[in-house]
Write a protein that binds this ligand. Structure first.
Ligand SMILES: [Zn+2]
Length: 373
């Protein structure tokens, strides 16, 4: 919740045209070779010395690799060793999995690079001075590329992931604040009653199940990708709308791990809460919108009109099925999710007022709840 800086780091993903697949796949084999070399080198070093080999030391061993006939740039070799060391630290292992270039357990292609190896010019990426056509979905002309990678998906399509610095646009000066309840049925509902409407990918689930039953692997992969794309698209659009509309956004700190153990598990995975939160957070950050996660315990059970917890409230896992309820205390009829998001909004505004008054600067009016009447 710090003040937004002037630039932000983003990863932009662009699809590479299929005619470059063979070229990239051949480079990916070299990447695997280097990775496996690092893996062996590192694990032997650990066996001998009891310590992890640093990427700096590793680079001394791999320095001659590009001269010895590899086509990947030297900076890619360095990017591999540094990624290797990061993963080794992350998984706390002496040895990581080998990268496989063939067979059914083949590793998905991956080619990291540093900024010196890549240039964007006239709608094309130049990697190692070789032009690589992409389907442009971002304007890359004024972007400063810092580093990135090529990566392959399960369908064999290649993408280029560019880590770029983006200028932050003029701050959003909206004084409206909103609370968002991340729920199971509609995924996200705001305190103003808006919701993420489309769940069009649901239509594809039957087809996916059918293709899996009949062991059509290629078709399954295609449908899975479509489902993922549709869901990402919905989440991007909704988070964009919210970040443009509001000056402060509050979401519940729901932990999906708790619900994953219940029958709701499938729905929880579908909803992709953490991904949606991440999207919303960076969009808010770029637009200078306040983004805050608040403790959402009891937000479903508390009446947002009178602040009581009446006996008629939806309770526990069983209460998840209750969509609408009437408060015994004040008689207001609640939509379960909108009620929860109104409570999240109130908690968020209270937190802002208490914790970061200079950030708030009276921009956001407290909601007109009539407690104790
Ligand atoms: Zn009430």
């Amino acid at each position: 919740m710090s003040k937004a800086p002037q630039t932000n780091i983003r990863v932009l993903r662009e699809r590479v045209k299929d005619k470059h697949c063979a070229f990239l796949s051949s480079l990916a084999k070299e990447v695997n070779l280097v990775w496996n070399y690092c893996n062996e080198l590192s694990s032997k070093y650990t066996e001998r010395t009891g310590q992890f080999m640093s990427s700096y030391t590793m680079d001394k061993y791999t320095a001659g690799a590009t001269k010895a006939g590899l086509n990947i740039p030297a900076s890619t070799v360095q990017a591999i060793s540094s990624e290797y060391c990061t993963r080794r630290k992350q998984f706390k292992k002496r040895r990581l999995a080998w990268r496989k270039s063939g067979g059914s357990k083949r590793s998905l292609g991956w080619i990291p690079f540093k900024k010196d190896a890549i240039v964007y010019r006239n709608g094309q990426i130049f990697f190692q001075k070789k032009p690589i056509g992409i389907f442009k979905s971002y304007d890359l002309r004024d972007k400063v590329i810092k580093c990135g990678s090529f990566s392959q998906d399960a369908r064999g399509r290649w993408y280029v992931n560019l880590t770029v610095e983006v200028q932050i646009a003029i701050a959003n000066t909206s004084t409206k604040a909103v609370g968002i309840d991340l729920g199971l049925k509609t995924t996200a509902v705001t305190s103003d009653g808006d919701q993420m409407v489309s769940r069009r990918y649901r239509e594809l689930e039957g087809k996916l199940a059918m293709s899996q039953r009949t062991h059509k692997a290629k078709l399954s992969k295609t449908i899975s990708s479509k489902i993922r794309n549709r869901r990402n698209n919905d989440q991007h659009q909704f988070s964009r709308l919210l970040a443009n509309e509001y000056g402060a956004i509050f979401v519940g700190n729901i932990s999906s791990s708790k619900l994953i153990k219940t029958k709701m598990a499938k729905s929880v995975h579908d909803a992709g809460w953490s991904q949606f939160k991440t999207m919303l957070e960076y969009k808010c950050h770029e637009a200078g919108v306040v983004f805050l996660e608040v403790n959402e315990s009891n937000t479903t059970q508390t009446c947002s009109s009178c602040g009581q917890k009446p006996p008629s409230r939806p309770k526990g896992i069983a209460g998840l099925g209750i969509r609408e309820w009437t408060c015994d205390g004040c008689g207001v009829i609640h939509d379960r999710d909108i009620n929860a998001s109104k409570n999240i909004l109130r908690i968020g505004l209270d937190t802002l007022a208490v914790g970061a008054s200079q950030l708030n600067q009276g921009r956001f009016e407290p909601p007109c709840f009539s407690y104790g009447e």
